[in-house]
Every structure is written in structure tokens, then in C-alpha cells.
Design a protein around this ligand. Structure first.
Ligand SMILES: C[S@@+](CC[C@H](N)C(=O)[O-])C[C@H]1O[C@@H](n2cnc3c(N)ncnc32)[C@H](O)[C@@H]1O
Length: 276
């Protein structure tokens, strides 16, 4: 089969980093996760994935994915018929990993990404792809229609690429249209944001982060008083139960990273917020 060149915008190209992380991990003996679908997609794409081979930040991306997966699993055990919305879904396979057979899922990304995604994934009555910028409020009508249950929004490695005014707009949109919902997001603070030119994976693509946020709790509460921080972790302060499930080499890697207290690791946070 001819491999397809992914025709993606600059920010959109970043989706290939976590995709490759999951595909490459699948081939390892002690894997954080296995994602045969990611392997198949990588094999179909005409792109120089070799540039990401062996980069340490791929492990960071996988740990982030595991934590976001855990937040979805927790949400679905409390709300089996709830709604999960992946903002900036890229070619993520979260549905394949944690769907419970009952929830409604929306997978939203910019039109060029959704066009590519449609080559590898299909809509079902419970699973819908949405081609839109997250900043365009029209998509919220599609999510609101036909469901009034609780919502979990996931923005994994997405919001740092937006301008702060756009992130503020997205938070307003979610809080206005889906009050009380949960929002999982990562934030880039000091040590991480300022060193992005040297970041092992980002320095191999053109996109750069634009939203600097040292503390999601205070920023979001300032924008929307009443926002609660449900959880906030760095890669060196993951929930103990998640850490305990990692293969031994990864537990050792995380404890070595913790001992180093690198500003790059400490300045990157994974947050779960409840909007007012
Ligand atoms: C680093 S990738 C992460 C992809 C996916 N969340 C994952 O973890 O595999 C960033 C994603 O954000 C998407 N994105 C960036 N700006 C966006 C916007 N304004 N609206 C929707 N998606 C956006 C990109 O197209 C890309 O798919």
C-alpha cells in the first residue's frame, strides 16, 4: 500500500509525536501501554518519524496519556453514560483504550486533522468526530444535543499551543455551556516553557507553545471564580496508584527524575479542574 503524506498545519503536526510514542512503545518488552492501532497508522504515513526515535520526552508523553486515561476511567465509573470530549484529539486512541460501551464520545480537532483521522477511525452512534477549532463555539451545540449528563473535556497537549486569549475563550465557553464539567489540561510553566527551543521533540518540529501558565488553579480561578483543582501532578509526582502499576524500569526512571528535580520536569503540570 502507498504511504500517505500527512498534510498538516504547523501545530497539527505535533500530533505525530504522541502517536509515534505509542507506536514505538508497543514494540518494547516492558511497555507502558500497547497500541497496535498507532503502529498501523505510523506504518501508513509517509513521514520521517525517525527524528523522534528514543527521545526521553516520548516517555513523558506516555505517562501523561496514562494519567488522562485514568481520569477518564474514574469519570466513567462514576458516570457510565457521561460524555467525553477530546479537544485536539489528533490520532489518539483513547476510546480504544478506555471506552466503557455506554458513554458518548466526541473527538474534536482542526479540519485537516479530522480529514486524516477519518482515514483510520469511523463514527459510530456513540462516537463522533468534529472538525472545528475549539475556539469556535458552534461545536458546543453538537455536544449539547442529545445529552444532558456530566461532561469530561480532555485537552491533552493542546492548550499550551494556543494564545492565552484563546485559552481564556475556551475556558469561558466550557464554563458557560457545560457548567460543573471537568477539564483535564496540561500547562507549561517556568523551566518548561522557557526551554522549549531545546526540548528534544519540539525542537524537531516547527510548532512552539504560546500559553505560559505556571499555575492552572490560580489562572482558571481568576477567569472563572469557583473553579476547583481536583488534581494537579508533575511527571515526578504522579498518583501513587498509577506509579505502582508501571513496569519496574519506568518506576526507576521516574524516581531518578524525581531526585534530579529538573526545572523542565517540575515546570510541566497535568491538571484536572472542575469548572463552576
Ligand atoms: C500535541 S497534539 C496532541 C494530540 C492528542 N491530544 C494526543 O495527545 O495524542 C496537539 C493537537 O492539538 C490540536 N489543536 C491545536 N490547536 C487547536 C484548535 N484551535 N482547535 C482544535 N484542536 C487544536 C492539533 O491539531 C493537534 O492535534
Amino acid at each position: 500500500m502507498d504511504r500517505e503524506k500527512p498534510l498538516l498545519g504547523t501545530v497539527q503536526e505535533t500530533l505525530l509525536i504522541p502517536l509515534y510514542a505509542r507506536a514505538a512503545e508497543t514494540r518494547k518488552e516492558h511497555a507502558l501501554l500497547r497500541d497496535p492501532h498507532a503502529e498501523e497508522i505510523v506504518a501508513c504515513l509517509d513521514y520521517d518519524f525517525g527524528r523522534f526515535d528514543g527521545l526521553p520526552s516520548l516517555t513523558g508523553a506516555l505517562l501523561r496519556t496514562l494519567l488522562f486515561d485514568e481520569w477518564v476511567a474514574d469519570f466513567l465509573s462514576a458516570h457510565p453514560r457521561g460524555t467525553v470530549v477530546e479537544i485536539g484529539t489528533g490520532l489518539n486512541t483513547r476510546y480504544e483504550r478506555v471506552d466503557n460501551g455506554l458513554a458518548r464520545w466526541f473527538e474534536l480537532d482542526l479540519p485537516d486533522v479530522i480529514a486524516l483521522r477519518r482515514r483510520f477511525f469511523t463514527d459510530t452512534p456513540r462516537r463522533t468526530m468534529v472538525a472545528s477549532s475549539v475556539t469556535d463555539e458552534a461545536w458546543t451545540a453538537e455536544v449539547s444535543a442529545g445529552g444532558d449528563g456530566p461532561c469530561l473535556f480532555l485537552a491533552e497537549a493542546v492548550l499550551p499551543y494556543l494564545d492565552e486569549a484563546d485559552v481564556h475563550r475556551v475556558v469561558d465557553l466550557l464554563a458557560d455551556r457545560f457548567p460543573g464539567s471537568l477539564l483535564a489540561l496540561d500547562t507549561a510553566g517556568p523551566g518548561f516553557f522557557d526551554t522549549q527551543e531545546q526540548h528534544d521533540a519540539l525542537s524537531r518540529v516547527e510548532a512552539r507553545m504560546r500559553w505560559y501558565c505556571p499555575d492552572a488553579g490560580s489562572r482558571l480561578t481568576h477567569w472563572r471564580p469557583g473553579t476547583e483543582t481536583v488534581a494537579s501532578h508533575t511527571l515526578t509526582s504522579l498518583p501513587p496508584a498509577l506509579l505502582a502499576r508501571l513496569p519496574l524500569p519506568y518506576r526507576q526512571m521516574v524516581s531518578a527524575l524525581t531526585a534530579q528535580r529538573l526545572p523542565q520536569a517540575e515546570g510541566y503540570r497535568l491538571n484536572l479542574m472542575r469548572l463552576p
